[in-house]
Design a protein around this ligand. Structure first.
Ligand SMILES: NC(=O)c1ccc[n+]([C@@H]2O[C@H](COP(=O)([O-])OP(=O)(O)OC[C@H]3O[C@@H](n4cnc5c(N)ncnc54)[C@H](OP(=O)(O)O)[C@@H]3O)[C@@H](O)[C@H]2O)c1
Length: 306
């Protein structure tokens, strides 16, 4: 079968389509015919050699897919070793979900990571309350567009922060009540909560905006690693900071993640939210797809189509 292999760390040219052995159905795994595979920012970090848990290379990346399993339309997380950028992949049956009736495979591949990464911290860490103002950073991206929609589901008021003004319209169309670029965060009215995907200076500036008894969750560091936050400062400000990492939670508390997946899927099935697919590329153009994300030109989820 054909798969995109990451040969070594470096530029997008490190990704190339090669003929690979068929995946093995180890431990009762399902072999899914992949119709679409979501690209995550973590894949870009792995390619650049900047991810904390680097796989052994060469490797086939790709941790979420949608496809066909014996005539059923499914989506889900692939096994921890990756392998989604391919025509077929082994998936633990536990992490397969049914694709909603009118959904495309590309939308299915855009759903699991983005919506769970947003839903679990919004509900269980930030506990978004009625009317809460929630700042979402990298708000036009895959996780960001999910977070804006889910803040609305929780009757909160999402405020979007993005890298460039061209991204304002998408965030507003999904329900953002305000949109700013990162250098405008300091001018915003205080917020009840921060859902941060950027890290670095953007996280530090966003924390200054949190009201007393408010909370921030650090989820991503697309823009740089976090600066230390002292409990002394948190006590003085009456605010809290959480961290969230879905990959480890799947390993440590799979029941919680499974329940959250069922909960959040219902909103899509009911037409209340929808995954945003910003671009689709064939396997041969995986490098181009990575470049689009790395250069901050993508919106929503970028998807590979075998
Ligand atoms: N903790 C977890 O469990 C978990 C799970 C999934 C994803 N994540 C993290 O969440 C973040 C968003 O992931 P995603 O897959 O949805 O990606 P994405 O938001 O679709 O793409 C990354 C976005 O980050 C923003 N960004 C800010 N500074 C950047 C920089 N220096 N270089 C590149 N991009 C920069 C860009 O948007 P602007 O131009 O608008 O700033 C870019 O579009 C990533 O940091 C990812 O690693 C964490």
């Amino acid at each position: 079968m054909r798969a995109v292999v990451l040969t070594g760390t470096g530029g997008p040219e490190q990704l190339s389509v090669q003929e690979m052995p068929e995946p093995a159905a180890v431990d009762g795994a399902a072999i899914v015919d992949v119709r679409a595979c979501g690209i995550n920012f973590a894949d870009v970090l792995i390619r650049l050699g900047r991810y904390p848990q680097m796989p052994e290379l060469p490797a086939v990346l790709g941790s979420e897919i949608a496809g066909d399993l014996d005539g059923q339309r499914v989506m889900g997380f692939v096994r921890s070793e990756g392998g989604g950028y391919a025509e077929r992949v082994a998936v633990d049956r536990r992490w397969l979900l049914p694709l909603p009736a009118n959904a495309s495979f590309a939308e299915g591949a855009a759903f699991p990571m983005a919506f769970l990464t947003a839903w679990i911290p919004l509900t269980q860490l930030l506990k978004v309350a009625f009317g809460a103002r929630v700042l979402v950073t990298a708000a036009a991206g895959a996780v960001g567009t999910a977070a804006i929609q889910l803040v609305k589901v929780l009757n909160g008021r999402p405020v979007a922060a993005v890298g460039s003004e061209e991204k304002f319209e998408l965030t507003r169309s999904l329900g953002a009540v305000e949109a700013v670029t990162y250098d405008g965060i300091g001018e915003l009215e205080p917020v009840d909560a921060v859902f941060d995907l950027v890290g670095g200076d953007v996280f530090a500036t966003s924390l200054n905006l949190v009201k007393p008894m408010g909370t921030a969750v650090a989820v991503g560091y697309a823009g740089g690693l976090w600066q230390d936050v002292s409990p002394t400062w948190l006590v003085g400000r009456n605010i809290g900071v959480h961290g969230f990492y879905l990959g480890r939670l799947i390993g440590r508390n799979p029941d919680l993640v499974e329940q959250a997946a069922r909960d959040v899927l219902r909103f899509w099935e009911g037409g209340v939210v929808r995954p945003i697919v910003g671009a689709e590329f064939p396997l041969e153009q995986a490098g181009e797809a990575h470049r689009l994300i790395e250069e901050r030109r993508s919106t929503g989820k970028v998807v590979l189509i075998p």
